[in-house]
Design a protein around this ligand. Structure first.
Ligand SMILES: [Zn+2]
Length: 112
């Protein structure tokens, strides 16, 4: 499970931001996870409490927003909304260039 490493990094980034804001306590963290990323939201939730313990994020509420990806069809240049890594353009083509959807990022955070 590679999510623990990713969650540890997110916790570290969020902790640094909290300290930069002059606080040692984050109460809520909102993450955006693209549906084309290899990161599983359930695994992130599972790792979060462990990774956050002893940091400003200890006890923080975690909210995960899953966002669909976007791809451009290499055959007809249409933009296709991608709910999963394999998607099909309305023209029948599967060869899509991924434009977004692989991101794992902090979109909001609440501090005390
Ligand atoms: Zn197409």
């Amino acid at each position: 499970m590679h999510e623990l490493g990713i969650v540890t990094e997110i916790v570290s980034v969020a902790s640094d931001r909290a300290r930069a804001l002059g606080t040692e306590r984050v109460t809520r963290l909102v993450l955006e996870i693209g549906k084309l990323s290899t990161v599983l939201p359930d695994a992130v939730r599972f790792c979060f409490d462990v990774a956050a313990e002893g940091t400003p994020l200890g006890g923080a509420a975690l909210e995960i927003r899953e966002v669909a990806g976007k791809g451009r069809c290499r055959a007809c240049s249409s933009i296709v909304v991608m709910e999963r890594p394999v998607a099909r353009c309305t023209c029948g083509e599967f060869d899509l260039e991924w434009l977004s959807g692989t991101q794992v990022q902090i979109v909001e955070m609440e501090v005390v």
